[in-house]
Each structure stands twice: as C-alpha cells, then as structure tokens.
Design a binder for this molecule. Structure first.
Ligand SMILES: [Zn+2]
Length: 98
C-alpha cells in the first residue's frame, strides 16, 4: 500500500514539493523562496499569516480574519503612527515661530 501524496507547487515558479498530507499545513498558497511570495497585500479586513515550512521547505500563507489580539495590535500600531505624524506636524509648525 503506497501512502497518498500531495503535490504542493510554488505560486510563482514551477517548483513542486511532494508531501504526505499530514505534513502539509493548509494554506491559501505556497512559495519556494521569499521572492516568490504573494504579490499585493491581503484583501481588506483580513491579515496575512505566513507559515514557515508549511510544506517541507516551502512557506505558505493564508489570509484570515484578524484575531482579537492581532486587531488590538493593528489598532495600536495605527495609533502610534498617527501620534508620530501629529508630533511631526507640531514640530514642523514650531520650527518657524521658535
Ligand atoms: Zn518559486
């Protein structure tokens, strides 16, 4: 009896990886090297998870709804970015008068 195998192929090139199903993490896509990763960002409202060695040496990615934790992280990052931009505007405005 031969074990069932599945073939995972890189999203960009023709390289493939033959794996046993139990050793492959389910992903939206796979890539063989960093440069062959997904082009563009995840669809609005989703975050992209990268799965290291999702299928042997191939990495995978999946676009998922952000977890509560990830969402707070994203909001916090945006807040920090906004604070930074506001500070820069205030500093720029202060340069002329001071
Ligand atoms: Zn590739």
């Amino acid at each position: 009896m031969t074990p069932r195998k599945i073939v995972v192929s890189c999203d960009r090139c023709f390289r493939t990886q033959t794996m046993r199903p139990g050793r492959v993490e389910s992903c939206d896509g796979y890539f063989c090297v960093t440069g062959h990763g997904p082009s563009g960002g995840p669809p609005p409202g989703l975050v992209r998870e990268l799965v290291i060695n999702a299928a042997g040496g191939f990495w995978g990615w999946r676009d998922v709804l952000p977890s509560h934790e990830a969402m707070s992280g994203i909001l916090r990052a945006r807040e920090i970015l906004a604070i930074g931009q506001a500070q820069r505007i205030i500093e720029d405005a202060g340069d002329g008068s001071a």
